[in-house]
Ligand binder design. Structure first.
Ligand SMILES: [Cu+2]
Length: 159
């Protein structure tokens, strides 16, 4: 297959018309509203966000994941080093204690999609997986919000 034919084959099925973030669950873990942002031309990384809730009685961890359009998936946290905000991988996975909610949001924990194979466009949904130490693996889709968005499209989440 030529490179162009390959790009079209992976890009076309991703068009979904809107970008309302949806909720998912696996085992005792609830995943609310995974979302990311449109990327400027030439960008090869993007941050993605979601809310994780553990309804179980034992701790679990987000240990890995994947996204079809990126080469690598990492969970990052923000740290202050000498007054400068930097991001660092979360070693050993992101813990979600029983009964707790962990928010991945701008300025805090986030998923880093690295080695983007194509720009992310507003309105698309990006397919991926998340893997939890105990709950296992789940298929999810990230809603792609506008460049510069700070929260997912609101309206349907009344928790
Ligand atoms: Cu990061």
């Amino acid at each position: 297959m030529t490179r162009m034919a390959f790009l079209l084959a992976v890009a076309l099925p991703m068009w979904a018309g809107d970008a309302i973030a949806e909720d998912y669950s696996i085992g005792t873990i609830e995943i609310a509203a995974p979302w990311t942002r449109a990327t400027p031309k030439g960008a090869n990384i993007a941050a993605a966000y979601m809310t994780l809730r553990n309804k179980g009685t034992v701790p679990d961890r987000l240990v890995s994941g994947s996204v079809a359009v990126a080469g690598r998936f990492e969970v990052h946290r923000m740290v202050m080093e000498q007054g400068v905000a930097k991001m660092r991988p979360v070693e050993g996975g992101l813990e979600i204690k029983p009964g707790e909610t962990v928010e991945l949001k701008p300025g805090s924990f986030h998923v880093m999609l690295m080695g983007l194979k194509q720009p992310l466009q507003k309105g698309e949904k990006v397919k991926g997986t998340l893997e939890f130490e105990k709950a296992g693996k789940v298929d999810i889709e990230y809603a792609v919000e506008a460049l510069g968005a700070t929260a997912p499209t609101a309206g349907e989440h009344q928790h």
